[in-house]
Design a protein around this ligand. Structure first.
Ligand SMILES: [Zn+2]
Ligand SMILES: [Zn+2]
Length: 66
């Protein structure tokens, strides 16, 4: 799992940790339902790009079924 930051609004933007640390901490997408709100830390599967709440899963159930 790779840690990224995601907008939980309608734009569904994904940003890298480095971008977040450089000051990109809020969504600024036009028309996004969460514009002006902080991005949330999430885990993203590097294989299928599915996103999960941080710390919830160690492996992706889509790529590695239990
Ligand atoms: Zn957004
Ligand atoms: Zn996956």
């Amino acid at each position: 799992m790779a840690k990224v930051y995601a907008c939980t609004g309608s734009c569904k933007a994904i940003i890298k940790v480095e971008q977040f640390e450089q000051g990109l901490t809020k969504c600024g997408a036009k028309g996004c339902t969460m514009r002006g709100h902080d991005f949330r830390p999430v885990e993203q599967c590097p294989d299928c790009a599915l996103k999960f709440a941080e710390g919830k899963l160690q492996t992706c159930p889509e790529c590695r079924p239990l």
